[in-house]
Design a protein around this ligand. Structure first.
Ligand code: ADP
Ligand code: 5GP
Length: 206
């Protein structure tokens, strides 16, 4: 049983092409109600991506306005584009007691940890090897050779941050990775905020 109802954060990171979207989709029926944080980005939409569902796609100017206005919980430059998490919807979902899932890079994870460590759980998702990652990126057919090369180079750096995460999920088969993800999501929900903990102790002591 969870003590309070303040909501919790689950950060997922991992190289582009690791299978984060695939795993969330495969597990979504089993992890109960959650809010997926839709990021804002200046990168161009891929074929099939929908504004307001996959990302909010904006111009560099609009993104920089949002930075100035303090609208982001965190933001970073990844592969030469801006990506950021808007503060308002996350705050509202947490107030409603929801599990909020972020798909953000390793820089974003560090920033969320710095701000909301007590309610944050994190998992790093990766295919078994770099070679397999490259194969999946090529088979996904959504990026040019140049973009894939940049993502592979970035992945070689990102993997070094694997030790900063609570859990590692090796995405070998989708079914197995989704099963592990369900366990991690359940653990994330049980994480207590300090505020809830203190209120519980006062209540428990009577
Ligand atoms: P991410 O969201 O991390 O960028 P995706 O979920 O888009 O990654 O997955 C990248 C590609 O790899 C997709 O084409 C997806 O269908 C494929 N994929 C994901 N998991 C597996 C797996 N376990 N085995 C084979 N292909 C996979
Ligand atoms: P993609 O272009 O493949 O959708 O995402 C590229 C990278 O940006 C991934 O590592 C993804 O996790 C990260 N990313 C997506 N949204 C955000 C965000 O809001 N903040 C940060 N810091 N990274 C993000």
């Amino acid at each position: 049983m969870k003590i309070g109802n303040k909501g919790a954060i689950l950060v997922l990171s991992g190289p582009s092409g690791a299978g984060k979207s695939t795993i969330i989709n495969a597990a979504s029926d089993e992890i109960g109600e959650y809010y997926f944080s839709i990021s804002t980005t200046t990168r161009a939409p891929r074929v099939g991506e929908v504004h307001g569902k996959d990302y909010f796609f904006v111009t560099k100017e609009a993104f920089e306005e949002d930075i100035k206005a303090g609208n982001f919980l965190e933001y970073a430059q990844v592969h030469g584009n801006y990506y950021g998490t808007s503060l308002k919807p996350v705050r509202e979902a947490l107030e409603e007691g929801k599990l909020v899932i972020f798909d953000i890079d390793v820089q974003g994870h560090r920033l969320v940890r710095a701000k909301m460590n007590d309610i944050t759980t994190s998992a790093f998702i990766t295919p078994p090897t770099l070679k397999e990652l490259e194969k999946r990126l090529r088979e996904r057919c959504t990026d040019t050779d140049e973009v894939i090369t940049r993502r592979i180079e970035n992945a070689k750096e990102e993997i070094r941050a694997v030790g900063e995460y609570d859990f590692t999920i090796i995405n070998d088969t989708i079914a197995e990775a989704a099963k592990e993800f369900v366990i991690v999501a359940k653990a994330a929900r049980l994480k207590q905020s300090r505020e809830d903990e203190e209120a519980f102790i006062r209540h428990w002591l009577g």
